[in-house]
Design a protein around this ligand. Sequence first.
Ligand code: SAH
Ligand code: SF4
Ligand code: F3S
Length: 458
Amino acid sequence: MSEKEKYTELVREIFSRDSSPRLACVHSYGCQQNVSDGERIAGMLSEMGCGITNDMNEADIIVLNTCAVRENAELKVFGNIGELKHLKEKNPDLIIAVCGCMAQQEHIAEKIRKTYKQVDIVFGTFALAELPRLIYNVLTERKPQCDISERREDVYEDIPAVRSCRYKAGVSVMYGCNNFCTYCIVPYVRGRERSRTPENIINEITSLVNDGCKEIMLLGQNVNSYGKGLEPKIDFPELLRRINRIDGDFRVRFMSPHPKDATPDFIDAIAECDKICKSIHLPLQSGSDRILKAMNRRYTVEDYMKIVDYARRVMPDISITTDIIVGFPNETYEDFLGTLDVMKRVKFDNIYSFIYSKRRGTKAAEMEDHTSDEDKGKWFRELLALQREISDEYYKRFMGKTMKVLFDGPSRREGYITGKSDEFVIVEAKGTASDIGTFKNVKITETHNWAVCGDITD
Ligand code: SAH
Ligand code: SF4
Ligand code: F3S
């Protein structure tokens, strides 16, 4: 029996003395990988005998699974931890745990320990499987627990997930990141790259599909460097081809590939495989070679354009989305104009843009920065306005076409539902709750800069 199993049993035994099952609420912030970790935390809590709830007010155990990627993400978490104080006052037996990327940083763990006495457990990304032991210690020792030590970087295969959605699932294919982009905290809080075996990935996807799952999102901080260190050798294009051979009516997307590893074979695999969505989220970050170098991104604007041109050559309708950072240290207006220029050349379907946020411990945090916050804010608004124009124009290409859509919820418009097409475009149509979680063909009759609308045909 593993340590995790041993403590799971011990906690289960303590909880079983209660008259009704304890309820646990896991709230994840940040990226899909973190959400996926949150589902496994819920899985462990369920193994300990807890019921799972989305309502913190009725929970006996609250886990905040945090993100550290930008300062505002951290501020939000601190605000939420603060708010939990009154719940703890009402229910002194409430167990509050803070974990994830923020907690992995020593200065943050220290701040939580000192300032937020309502928190019982702080544990980092390396200590996921330690949760049963930490809960056991809180129950028996009645004092706060902390585990942010960096362990051997492992892939956990024995932690079950409690998934929040039956028709869409995130499946991690690799963990960690080796890239050390100079602005980014992720490599410091998630450790080095390690990949799951193709067998484990395929088994997980096969069982999800057999359970009726319609969309699989392959997850990794740098998915297309998948396979490093695995024997027998395998790379990401080969993994896509193998997944494509799984029987069933489902589609596959992935997040995020890195441009430096986007080989022609990677593009060919997307083009060849009918289950792989014809959409790529390919983070550009900046359209200035000088800034890309300072960011340690290891590609130039022309390298990036070559990938885009090749992808469009083999898949003319492919949708390309991206991440952009505005205001990296000492970015000039000329650098920024380079970014606008690439946006006009590529015509992204959508961009996720962020104002640079200084992260303690990263290389960029040590760089001098003479660009004012005012300029950064002005440029950011300019970028958003340009993208609105581009999407407005570019979404018109879908007018009159039929798109395959997986509907996932009601729209704000009465009587309408919303979902995503294979191209990852938001699609709205008149529909009912019974259409949710199923694929439908929609003939597009209206396009906007944020979505398209149409009628369900079959
Ligand atoms: N591994 C993924 C991205 C992870 S973080 C990749 O490389 O694409 C998601 C996005 O957050 C990044 O693409 C970047 O645009 C943004 N980001 C990361 N660190 C940031 C920082 N310090 N300030 C502002 N944006 C940041
Ligand atoms: Fe961060 Fe760069 Fe790694 Fe993405 S590739 S997680 S931006 S270091
Ligand atoms: Fe945030 Fe950690 Fe993901 S820092 S973006 S939750 S890997």
